[in-house]
Design a binder for this molecule. Structure first.
Ligand code: APR
Length: 424
């Protein structure tokens, strides 16, 4: 990149890791790096207020709670009510409680709105002296395959700035700049479209006692808490449906029918949108010194609550890998990052896929047909009656279903200093 006169004047600084994006992935990466004494800068394109109000996921799984606990961050960043571990499956109006009790000891999952986690991570990181730059525009990444990548961006007042670093954490979600910077042909995208739409509704209405998933011949519906007085609802709909085709009365009527709850208490609807249930995994999750974290690398359908928790898992592996490289000159974790993350990504994709197909096929079979409906009903029957099936489900819900890779199996040892650690 030849330096023009403007570039020569632009203010520049350097750090160890530049984190692109201040969502759950970026804030967790930066918080864990700071706990490891590693210098980093977060660049976020939105304002702090906009980031803080984005309502998305609502559960921090047991594994993630224990991850924050192991880093000494649980007290500062985790609030919310410890979950009683029970989830209600309501099939044709019949209630079945399913537990996430996997028999393990230690802190349990938290029903906890994502935006509150983001707010607490932000406050903790800034209070700890963390460098978080909001309204960073026109971010571009350079020399990712070299030893010292460069990140350029424009500040809110229009100043062009440059940061050189050792690593870039692409935590900018599914539509960010990080993955888009990787040259064609490097990544492979594995995508699946369920052919199902969800109308998602946010309302100031009483939350359920516990997460509620409803199977009905009229289509799938769900009801989750998003705070003491706020509820998130999902209604299966045609993927091409428009939110405007779902006025309030139609929403509440469909929810009462599908949740088999004629007394469901409504409330002012504050947000409604339709999205397609789709999943995608980009492999590998690395290019040179750019490491993709969270939604920047993978999207999973929301059932099972794995989207945010996969982001937290990636963040933990990345932070530990950088810590081992910087402090211990051991690049094993960097080499193994993509493979280790993808092992859990595919595991959680399979679980979310299983849950999505089961809960939709078991209800309105116009989409998948009566044979798939029979299979789905059998899967539910097994879940409700077999102790082993319930235990497997519980382990998948907690995220403690398999032992992480043993480091010794992870590829070569420390690389010669100065070369970009290639993933194995
Ligand atoms: N430059 C800087 N910041 C960016 C850019 C960019 N070009 N593009 C996106 N961002 C920011 C977004 O504004 C957002 O704050 O990156 C952040 C990405 O956050 P998320 O999309 O929340 O992704 P992630 O941190 O991986 O968390 C995944 O968030 O969207 C939910 O359902 C998803 O629960 C899952 C979780």
């Amino acid at each position: 990149m030849t330096e023009g006169p403007e570039e020569l004047r632009e203010p520049s600084d350097s750090t160890t890791v530049v984190v692109i994006g201040a969502g759950p992935a970026g804030l967790t990466v930066a918080s864990l790096l700071r706990r490891s004494g590693i210098d980093c800068v977060i660049l976020e394109r939105l304002t702090r207020g906009r980031v803080a109000q984005r309502q998305r996921a609502g559960i921090v799984e047991t594994r993630a709670v224990r991850m924050f606990d192991s880093w000494g961050l649980a007290e500062q960043v985790l609030g919310g009510a410890p979950s009683d571990g029970l989830m209600e499956f309501r099939v044709d109006g019949e209630s079945h409680l399913v537990s996430d009790d996997d028999g393990s000891e230690g802190p349990r999952a938290r029903l906890y709105p994502q935006q509150v986690l983001v707010q607490k991570l932000t406050a903790t990181y800034l209070a700890d002296g963390g460098d978080l730059r909001f309204e960073a525009a026109d971010i571009s990444l350079h020399d990712l395959a070299g030893d010292r990548p460069t990140v350029r961006y424009r500040t809110a007042d229009g100043t062009l700035r440059t940061i050189t670093c050792a690593f870039v954490a692409g935590c900018d979600g599914d539509h960010g700049i990080s993955r888009a910077t990787i040259p064609d042909g490097v990544l492979t995208a594995h995508a699946f479209d369920h052919g199902i739409g969800w109308l998602t509704v946010l309302a100031d209405a009483p939350p359920p006692a516990r997460p509620l998933l409803a199977v009905s011949p009229h289509g799938f519906a769900a009801h989750f808490a998003r705070g003491p007085h706020t509820s998130r609802y999902y209604l299966q709909c045609p993927p091409e449906a428009r939110p405007g085709a779902w006025p309030d009365n139609r929403v509440w009527e469909a929810l009462r029918t599908r949740l088999a709850d004629p007394a469901l208490v409504p409330g002012p609807i504050t947000d409604r949108e339709v999205f397609r249930l789709r999943s995608v995994v980009h492999e590998p999750m690395q290019y040179g010194r750019l490491f993709l974290v969270g939604d920047a690398a993978h999207i999973v359908s929301p059932l099972g609550g794995k989207g945010m928790n996969l982001a937290l898992h990636d963040a933990d592996l990345f932070a530990r890998a950088v810590r081992d490289s910087v402090h211990g000159h051991d690049d094993t974790g960097l080499h193994a990052y993509s493979r280790r993350c993808l092992r859990r990504v595919w595991n959680d994709q399979e679980f979310s896929h299983w849950l999505t197909r089961t809960l939709h096929d078991a209800g309105d079979d116009t989409h998948s047909g009566p044979f798939q409906r029979g299979l789905a009903r059998a899967r539910l029957d097994r879940l409700f009656t077999s102790r082993n099936a319930a235990r497997t489900f519980a382990e998948l819900m907690t995220g403690l279903d398999f032992v992480p890779d043993v480091e010794a199996h992870d590829g070569p040892g420390p690389v010669a200093r100065g070369s970009a650690p290639a993933g194995d």
